[in-house]
Design a binder for this molecule. Sequence first.
Ligand code: BEZ
Ligand code: FE
Length: 294
Amino acid sequence: MQSHEKGYFTEANSVDVVTGRNASAKDERLKEVMEVITRKLHEAVKELEPTQDEWMQAILFLTRTGQMCNEWRQEFILLSDVLGVSMLVDAINNRKPSGASESTVLGPFHVADAPELPMGANICLDSKGEDMVIEGRILDTEGKPIANAVIDVWQANDEGFYDVQQKGIQPDFNLRGVFKTGSDGHYWFRAVKPKYYPIPDDGPVGQLLGNLGRHPYRPAHLHYIVSADGFETLTTHIFDPDDPYIHSDAVFGVKESLLAKFNKVNDPARAKSYEFADGFWDVTHNFVLARRKD
Ligand code: BEZ
Ligand code: FE
């Protein structure tokens, strides 16, 4: 027996026997990852003492999760989302200096090639929903405006669907756009008030939520990716604080600093200037980018 071989497997020595076998791992990080995962997994099994049938149920759940994945659907990411792991990885990798805007999950509905639009454009292409105007500034942590910042936005419509979920019903690139700031760092665009929506819940993850007595809803939000030369790219949302699901987001994406105020405005002159028929929603939110360290 070599020094890393720890003898025959027993309930008591299970972690040492398994991790000892990885002594010649080609990648130190992989070895570390598998050491921690093996230790935590064995700990969980020892605490839970699953029956053979329960363990098979767990295996079949993961099997169904894999079988649900295709080019458009990533059920494992959804699982990571509802377990809070996506937000934890995001938090660990996006520790920001004080004053910088906070990040949150990307989600599965970003489209890489959304059109670049002139500032003020209306990203709602089918005139459905309650009109909304959104504006703000892209700033550095000293409060100075950032010129040439690129703002990639996307949102669900007034029924809680993204364009990519309703191909042939919504126009392509509905409620998406890319905007570039001028020297004042200001951005603005027109859209419609988004609605809460369920994460895709027709698969094993949705079933798990149901069995846990959890709902699948995300509170109404707009997604942003804000990037600029010399700054860390910010992937984030703004949320409607009055949404019924604001305290129970299915994927834990809400942060206090990402709550924007959605103000209802009844001002015919302003409405006319935006080419809105009537009352509209007005949202102002600034984003502060952290300078890149290198
Ligand atoms: C989203 O906000 O688009 C989203 C995020 C996580 C899971 C599903 C959807
Ligand atoms: Fe979303």
